[in-house]
Design a protein around this ligand. Structure first.
Ligand code: NAP
Length: 475
């Protein structure tokens, strides 16, 4: 079994301590990754701070050239990196290829954005003064990423931070550190100066504490659970450390009677089952207007039952394994809880008896509002469906969650579309669209789904300090 070194200050560094990486399709380890403790993280931050001095001085155009080269490296190694995503995360290979392609697109988008960190000249109110607003890179960024999209979510942080002129120390999820190391190889292949991008692994709470307490780390960007997000908020209070937080979600899907029902079924299917249901923007509650409820359920169950489950490396697989045993146990618990409260199990519902952590894609109908799956993220291929009567009721139920990451609606009514756009409490809204995220538009959550936005122009702004310069010219 290969032991992968960490990428620190331009060197591949072996350490004694390691973590094992498991293949969720077999439950067996297939690689090890070196880990470090706080002093090494402090050193990485110091090296990142040293590298920042030159990196920030490059023109945006020059930093963009580096990012374009990283994109080229990633594209060249697309097949191999997609295989790594599937091996450590379990998702079907076609989806890993999609994740690699989106990662390349993020890099190219931010390579362009690097030259657009515009400031502005503000008209003065006092004779002899001029006012400039300029944008400067914040400094060293501590980035913490999750396992569910191990490559693309790391890049939603690294690409804009590097474009802005910041340097990055990335801590990937312990379940999926290999993609981050492959990304470091691409950074090395693109000849990024040493210390500009580094990868650490180890005990998450310790690494985060170093990011929080070390004054050289000027910004923390985190994607993961709301629970850990709250811990970071508490920790950041002491140092007043700026945080960007991409946290949990509990997306509703609203299917109205005027919708194109085929499009609604396909849209609900992709929002629910992509990434084996382990997506922050996965639909967790599907509300269907009563008049089309039965028809929707018939079609949705037919399509769900036809999904192929298996090892993500097998051709034609739609649903891979869950990330680990706890993920599987949580999903089975949610199914049991919903049926005990009166939900009807229309398909799936069982653990598949084979190595790894496989669950049959599941549809539950008439799920009561007090079922656990209607409030908590299931993070699995489990689709709870319930009927609604009116648009007002649908909006009220959709918004009845502490989360607000994404929401979806299927309708052909333009006026309703605008009412939904304006009233749904979510950072991303897909109207007749189950795959809304794209490089050039902001992505992030309302309410307890987070602070700030990634992607789009907002994505780079998250790593820029806004400064007002008042010039006394005496003219
Ligand atoms: P998680 O347990 O919060 O872990 C996310 C990252 O935080 C991992 O790198 C993890 O490291 C680290 N971490 C764990 N404990 C920490 C601590 N005390 N302090 C600082 N960092 C800590 O979440 P997950 O299970 O990986 O990911 C699933 C969650 O992420 C879901 O809630 C999902 O909705 C959310 N998510 C949100 C978005 C979004 O854009 N809003 C996108 C994807 C996922 P270890 O792996 O070493 O424990």
């Amino acid at each position: 079994m290969k032991t992968h070194p960490l990428y620190l200050n331009g060197q591949w560094v072996q350490t004694q301590a390691t973590i094992r990486v498991l293949n969720p399709a077999t439950g067996e380890p297939f690689a090890e990754v070196c880990t470090v403790e706080r002093p090494a993280v402090a050193q990485a931050l110091a090296d990142a701070h040293a590298a920042f001095q030159d990196w920030r001085r490059l023109t945006g155009k020059a930093r963009g050239e580096y990012l374009r080269k990283v994109a080229g490296e990633l594209e060249r190694r697309r097949d191999e990196i997609a295989r790594t995503i599937t091996l450590e995360n379990g998702k079907p290979l076609a989806q890993s290829l999609g994740e690699s392609a989106m990662s390349v697109d993020h890099l190219r988008w931010f390579a362009e954005e690097a030259r657009r960190a515009y400031g502005r000249l503000v008209p003065h109110q006092t004779e002899g003064k001029r006012h400039l607003v300029i944008k400067s890179p914040m400094g060293v960024v501590g980035a913490i990423s999750p396992w569910n999209f191990p490559l693309v979510l790391a890049l939603r942080k690294a690409a804009p931070a590097l474009a802005a002129g910041c340097t990055v120390v990335l801590k990937p999820a312990s379940a999926t550190p290999l993609c981050a190391l492959a990304l470091a190889e691409c950074m090395e292949g693109a000849h990024l100066p040493k210390g500009v991008f580094q990868v650490v692994a180890g005990r998450a709470a310790d690494i985060a504490q170093e990011f929080l307490e070390n004054p050289l780390c000027r910004k923390i960007t985190f994607t993961g659970s709301t629970e850990v997000g709250k811990t970071l908020i508490r920790g950041a209070a002491a140092a007043v450390k700026p945080l960007s937080l991409e946290l949990g979600g509990h997306a509703p899907v609203l299917v109205f009677e005027d919708a194109d029902l085929d499009a609604a079924v396909e849209g609900a299917l992709i929002t629910k089952f992509r990434n084996t249901g382990q997506s922050c923007i996965a639909s967790n509650r599907i509300y269907v207007q009563r008049s089309v409820y039965r028809e929707f359920l018939d079609r949705f169950v037919r399509r769900t039952s036809a999904l192929k489950v298996g090892d993500g490396l097998e051709p034609g697989v739609d649903i891979g394994p869950l990330i680990n045993e706890e993920g599987l146990a949580k999903a089975l618990g949610h199914i049991r809880d919903a049926t005990r409260r009166g939900a009807r199990l229309l398909c799936g519902g069982k653990h598949i008896e084979r190595k790894g952590w496989f669950l049959e894609p599941t549809v539950l109908a008439d799920v009561p509002a007090d079922a656990a799956c209607m409030a908590e993220e299931t993070f699995a291929p489990v689709a709870p469906v319930c009927p609604f009567e009116t648009e007002e009721e649908a909006i009220e139920r959709a918004n009845g969650s502490p989360y607000g990451l994404s929401a979806y609606a299927f309708t052909r009514d333009l006026s309703r579309t605008f009412r939904l756009m304006e009233s749904l409490e979510a950072g991303t809204i897909g109207i007749n669209d189950g795959v809304p995220a794209t490089s050039q538009c902001p992505f992030g959550g309302a309410k307890q789904s987070g602070w700030g936005r990634e992607l789009g122009i907002e994505g780079m702004d998250a790593f820029l300090e806004t400064k007002h310069v008042s010039l006394g010219l005496g003219i």
